[in-house]
Design a protein around this ligand. Structure first.
Ligand SMILES: Nc1nc2c(ncn2[C@@H]2O[C@H](COP(=O)(O)O)[C@@H](O)[C@H]2O)c(=O)[nH]1
Ligand SMILES: [Zn+2]
Length: 891
């Protein structure tokens, strides 16, 4: 022991001892201890230094820990623990004091606007860093956990709020629920520009309460305030922690409805009760949303899908949860209602909540458009439909809000979408295309959704409630313009990248044997980039704070993006560019009609409205053919119907979701509204596909010319055609027709001018209607030898002009239409007479050619033999009458 010297010292209030060798530089050690002792526990830096130096000395003195039974290391470590403890305690105390002061400041004094603004911007920025995947390289992105297995994936669907969060919000709401909301905030709450982000959850509950109070609902409907608070809190509690479909979404939907109701004085138009029903429905409309939509529910055969038989499983669930909450007396804001009134509330809420299923979008919009010209607020059926439209508008209204509010919502939505499509991939389910991170970009998603879904709905409502034009319709138009420009930039960049790769491929081709060349040459599709946004797009996104900055205008390209361009984004066909409504309609195999169910005796239809899908089932319907297409490995379908079949049999043909009709069918339907109903979306799809077809065919013909200049000029004819550069809008039948005509005739002039269509001219006299030269398959041989052509053609015989029949053109993976009837537009459009019906059909020999090609095609051999044409036709008719029919198997 005499080899050691014991040194006692104190750190804070503890007395420590250490043993030193006699030769230890004790002065040095003592100096350290002295410094530590003088510093006291709060002088963190000095203590830390002291401890650190002790550790160093200790290591020098006792390199072997066996010699160091009670060493400086222990002392130093103890000192550090103390340091940490005291530091932590100090920091916690400090934090608590700062938060208390902050709370006090926020409660008593409003933050200076500049600080508030700064705070909001900072939060938005943080939110963006955490949710925008394209910024993940900065290291703030909160990656969602990868689902590990399908079971776990399914379980992960429910991301419930934690008990502690619920408890805290409940307590906080209880603390503030009597607070007065200032007039300024109440006014702001009535605007679509209201920003919910800076508000805490309990504050949003307070604002929801204010909406009931400001409409005077508590007095008018004897709603007890405590019950209202309980109800609101329970609703809050039953929203999950999912990126998009959370309590804040519910708040925003309710707030938009509230803003609309003030803007148009809704109570004076539809009555207080309807507004109460609407507001309550908005609050309940996504209760317990799992973050995976109906398509997933149905495909994954989840508990909800099984419970509700695939019929709007989520919306049924939201609604059911709502009425479970209302079953509790403490939360039942309608408890003072008599049974008849409650029945009306229940019917109204069910109708409204179920209307938010996007699978019913077209049905509801079409019905609403039909009653618009004669809208009558006295008509309960009309009001019911208006309420459905109002909740739908509120539900999808993010893009009507200012950019800095709308964009984070989009990020959240895409986060939810991507999570779902990732799960679908993992579980081997069909991948929902509009949710697939490999297929969509922000602008492509928004162009499609705003252009096809959102704006048509908003415009329809704006027609009735014109006050909404400036408030929400115009902002949505601006948003569409913004995303179109963004999309154009993305596209430009992609094309640029493509051209580089093509050049590379070309040069590779020159160095390699021709066997390796792509059969599609320069048109060969490139693999799609996995990145969500291109660099240019990102920079545009990042730079723009508003939707119409000068920068963007500069970037705007003449003849800016149109829908065709937007949808061209997805390179492999229609099913991949389908928007939510189209996909949902397909997933939702059944539809229920809640419209006009005001009478308990059963459903009635709106005057002049089309019937619901189920009722339409007994009519001629395309759904089974669509199913056939879905079942095969096909991308799209075109239908051609015998006009006489329709008129002779007094059949009604309706297309309420987009279907590609071939030009013959389309023409025959135009002007025959008595006989058939074609949705605007269908017409638009046709326009899109027609133009694409022309473009593809031109490229195919011009490929032989090896003249890039000609190719470009031809393509630019299509690209700059009037329909292309026009602002996107649903076009009338006439528009579609004349645009197609104009493209075709311009193209004809072009090909004639350069002598490129000898084949076309040669055939023109013989067959006015079948411009085979424009088809990639120029003659019978090529038709027969092209094994990749997977045509399923059920040709119509000219000998049976008045026979029942239709043609079904199916599009295989190679994206070539098998319809030879397609290019008869010149005659068709110039001579629109009924008499031309026969000339609009292919000749028998052409049909025979077509038949041969079909017979020779390996893909069609499994189909019923062509000789049994009439049988097939009958089968198809039966198929549309919902009977079981053997479907052609298509490779
Ligand atoms: N691509 C986009 N989809 C959107 C946007 N806003 C809404 N939506 C979709 O609509 C439904 C609405 O139904 P909900 O009741 O479930 O909320 C929602 O699920 C989204 O899929 C948008 O801006 N872009
Ligand atoms: Zn919603």
């Amino acid at each position: 022991m005499d080899r050691y010297v014991t040194v006692y010292f104190s750190v804070g209030q503890r007395v420590e001892a250490a043993l030193f060798r006699p030769n230890t530089p004790t002065d040095q050690v003592k100096a350290i201890f002295r410094a530590a002792a003088e510093a006291g526990p709060s002088d963190i830096l000095k203590l830390y230094n002291a401890a650190g130096q002790l550790l160093n000395i200790s290591a020098d003195l006792f390199p072997n820990t066996r010699d160091n039974p009670y060493s400086l290391q222990v002392v130093a470590a103890n000192g550090l623990v103390m340091l940490q403890e005291s530091t932590c305690a100090d920091l916690k105390a400090l934090e608590a004091r700062v938060s208390a002061v902050e709370r006090q400041m926020r409660a008593e004094l409003p933050l200076p606007p500049a600080v508030e603004e700064l705070r909001r911007e900072m939060e938005a920025f943080r939110d963006r860093l955490e949710t925008d995947e394209s910024l993940s390289w900065l290291g703030f992105y909160k990656q969602l956990p990868e689902p590990m297995s399908s079971e776990e994936c399914r379980r992960l669907q429910y991301r419930r709020k934690s008990d502690s969060v619920k408890k805290r919000v409940k307590q906080n709401f209880a603390n503030i629920c009597d607070a007065q909301v200032s007039d300024t905030i109440r006014q702001w709450l009535r605007m679509p520009t209201f920003d919910a982000r800076p508000w805490e959850d309990e504050e949003l509950l307070l604002l929801l309460q204010q909406m009931y109070l400001d409409h005077d609902f508590c007095r008018k409907f004897a709603i007890d305030l405590t019950t209202l608070r309980n109800f609101l809190y329970e609703a809050y509690k039953n929203y999950n922690d999912v990126p998009f479909h959370n309590f804040r979404h519910c708040f925003c939907v309710a707030q938009m409805l509230y803003a609309i109701s003030w803007c148009v004085d809704l109570p004076s138009k539809i009555g207080d009760l309807e507004v109460l029903i609407l507001l309550t429905s908005c609050i309940c409309h996504d209760l317990d949303h799992p973050g995976y939509n109906n398509i997933y529910q149905i495909n994954a055969k989840t508990e909800l899908a099984i419970r509700y038989n695939d019929i709007s499983p989520l919306e049924n669930h939201h609604c059911s949860v709502a009425f479970r909450l209302l079953e509790n007396e403490d939360c039942n804001i309608f408890k003072s209602f008599g049974s008849e009134d409650f029945k009306q509330v229940r019917e109204g809420m069910i109708r409204c909540i179920l209307a938010t299923d996007m699978a019913r979008h077209n049905e509801i919009l079409t019905n609403f458009r039909e009653i618009l010209p004669c809208f009558n607020y006295e008509d309960k059926a009309h009001v019911n439909l208006l309420c459905m439209v109002l909740i739908k508008v509120s539900d999808i209204s993010n893009e009507a809000r200012p950019m800095d509010i709308a964009e984070p919502w989009l990020d959240r939505l895409l986060q939810e979408f991507f999570k779902q499509s990732d799960a679908e991939k993992l579980e081997g389910l069909p991948v929902t295309p509009f949710m697939d991170r490999e297929k969509i970009t922000k602008p492509s998603s928004q162009c499609s959704f705003i252009g096809f879904v959102l704006l048509p709905l908003f415009e329809a409502l704006g027609e009735l409630l014109t006050e909404l034009q400036d408030l929400i319709v115009q902002p949505v138009r601006d948003a569409l313009d913004y995303y179109k420009r963004l999309n154009e930039v993305t596209r430009e960049e992609r094309l640029h990248r493509k051209s580089i790769v093509v050049e590379l491929m070309d040069s590779a081709h020159h160095q390699q044997p021709s066997a390796t060349q792509s059969p599609e040459g320069v048109n060969s599709p490139l693999p799609k980039s996995n990145s969500n946004l291109s660099f240019k797009t990102k920079s545009l996104c990042n730079r723009s704070r508003s939707r119409s900055t000068e920068e963007e205008t500069e970037l705007s390209i003449e003849g800016s993006a149109h829908m065709e361009d937007v949808l061209e984004d997805s390179e492999s066909g229609d099913s991949e560019t389908a928007n939510e409504v189209e996909v949902s309609e397909k997933a939702l195999k059944f539809k229920i009609s809640t419209e006009c169910s005001s009478s308990s005796t059963g459903r009635k239809s709106y005057p002049g409205s089309r019937k619901g899908s189920r009722e339409r089932g007994q009519y001629f319907n395309h759904s089974d053919l669509t199913r056939m297409v879905q079942k095969g490995k096909l991308k799209a379908t075109a239908y051609s119907f015998d006009h006489h079949y329709l008129s002779d049999n007094n059949k009604k043909l309706s297309f309420d979701s987009p279907v590609f009709l071939d030009e013959f069918a389309l023409k025959k339907f135009q002007g025959e509204e008595e006989e058939c109903v074609i949705s605007k979306e269908t017409l638009n799809l046709n326009k899109r596909n027609s133009e694409q077809k022309v473009c593809d065919d031109m490229k195919s013909i011009l490929k032989d010319t090896k003249n890039n200049h000609l190719q470009n000029e031809a393509v630019s004819i299509v690209k700059t055609s009037p329909s292309s550069i026009k602002n996107y809008k649903y076009e009338t039948e006439t528009d579609t027709k004349s645009n197609t005509k104009s493209i075709l005739s311009r193209f004809r002039q072009f090909t004639d001018r350069f002598g490129l269509s000898q084949h076309h001219q040669k055939n023109n006299n013989v067959n006015k209607n079948l411009h085979v030269s424009l088809s990639p398959y120029k003659d019978k041989n090529s038709l027969e030898t092209n094994a990749s052509r997977k045509a399923s053609t059920l040709p119509k015989s000219l000998n049976h002009r008045r026979s029942k029949g239709w043609k079904c053109f199916l599009l295989g993976k190679e994206k070539s239409w098998s319809s030879d009837v397609y290019f008869d537009q010149k005659q068709e459009f110039e001579n629109d007479e009924e008499d031309n019906h026969s000339s609009a059909l292919p000749s028998t020999s052409q049909m025979n050619n077509c038949c041969k090609s079909v017979e020779n095609s390996p893909s069609i051999m499994n189909e019923p033999h062509i000789d049994r044409r009439e049988d097939l036709i009958d089968n198809n008719v039966k198929c549309n009458q919902m009977t079981d029919v053997k479907e052609p198997s298509i490779i």
